[in-house]
Design a protein around this ligand. Structure first.
Ligand code: FBP
Ligand code: MG
Ligand code: MG
Length: 336
């Protein structure tokens, strides 16, 4: 029987029942995240009406000017997750230190890292944005979690997911058993399974990169993109299409649905900071999802999920998507 039409709650509970030793904590945590994302979806769609468009008068820890919605969506995530007893601590792209659970609330055994609003530069032009999250087990004493507890490789993730607030609100989820996509039915307020077992085609003729950085790229990426641009007349002997939304959630969603390669590589402009995208909030959860859908994710020289994190706001180069294309870019890195 087809699973299409199941609510995300039913889906999560059934996944939990398949693991008899499970305590239900992850199920509870996922339900909290789903509730927070529904609220964020509502806020994003009404942001112009309720005066939440535009910039706030503040910068985040990465020195980026915050949008009002960056701050508010961060608060929605924290408020929904802090009291239910499933988490030991949280880390957010928008907050410098890890976020402790207030002492009046019980603590749970999981840690969460999140980007409350990805692609927020797109808010004012009404393009897709989203929320990305990564769940880890708290390795030590869950009563007093520290920054060190978060320093786990991406391979240790228990679950990762993201939403896209686009023409439809979508939720993409993995618990290490494939990738499933749900669409928010706003009439009944439920995410419904619409895209079971998402798989990324191995080959593609579509690439996504911010071409305005071309003069700063390293040789392997220069070579790959040049070949794509030459199309039928070049060594690849086929034409390529290009897309750049500047919203990782939208790019990865596209790659999951029709294949493609998405790259934010290292370049001489951002070399000092290690890359553009953040390991704990963007690269790790998206790499887990991409690999679970049959794709590949690398920095160009290393599998992203194998990186030992050194700091919570660490940035890394990202090259992810269709297997044969990412493997090719990795090969070009090995050859130069
Ligand atoms: O502005 P650029 O250089 O095109 O970068 C776009 C990239 O930056 C990001 O917007 C970073 O996310 P935030 O909006 O959470 O800072 C990615 O989603 C996107 O891929
Ligand atoms: Mg982001
Ligand atoms: Mg963000």
């Amino acid at each position: 029987m087809s699973d299409i039409g199941k609510s995300v709650n039913q889906f999560i509970v059934e996944e939990q029942r398949a693991h008899p030793a499970s305590t239900g904590d992850l199920t509870g945590l996922l339900n909290d995240i789903v509730s927070a994302c529904k609220k964020i979806s509502h806020l994003v769609s009404r942001s112009n009406i309720i005066g939440l468009g535009g910039y706030a008068d503040s910068e985040n820890v990465q020195g980026e000017t915050q949008k009002k919605l960056d701050i508010i969506t961060n608060e929605v995530m924290v408020d929904h997750l802090k009291w239910t007893g499933h988490l030991a601590a949280m880390a957010s792209e928008e907050i410098e230190e890890i976020i402790q659970i207030p002492s009046k609330f019980p603590k749970g055994k999981y840690l969460i890292c999140f980007d409350p609003l990805d692609g927020s530069s797109n808010i004012d032009i009404n393009l897709s944005v989203g929320t990305i999250f990564s769940i880890l087990r708290c390795p030590n004493d869950c009563k007093n979690p520290t920054l060190k507890d978060f320093m786990q490789k991406g391979t240790e993730q228990v679950c990762a997911g993201f939403t896209v607030y686009g023409p439809a609100t979508m939720l993409i989820l993995t618990t290490g058993n494939g990738v499933n996509g749900f669409t928010l039915d706003s009439d009944v307020g439920e995410f419904i399974l619409t895209h079971p077992n998402m798989r990324i085609p191995k080959d593609t003729a579509e690439f996504a990169i911010n071409m305005s950085n071309q003069r700063f790229w390293e040789a392997p990426v220069q070579k790959y993109v040049e070949e794509c641009m030459k199309g039928l007349e070049g060594d690849r002997e086929k034409n390529f299409n290009m897309r750049w939304v500047a919203s990782m959630v939208a790019e990865v969603y596209r790659v999951l649905t029709r294949g493609g390669i998405f790259m934010y590589p290292i370049d001489s402009k951002i070399a000092k900071q290690g890359g553009k995208l953040r390991l704990m909030y963007e690269a790790n959860p998206m790499s887990f999802i991409v690999e679970q859908a049959g794709g590949v994710s690398s920095t160009g020289t290393e599998r992203i999920l194998d990186i030992q994190p050194e700091s919570i706001h660490q940035r890394v180069p990202v090259i992810m998507g269709s297997k044969n294309e990412v493997d090719r870019v990795v090969r070009y890195h090995q050859e130069t």
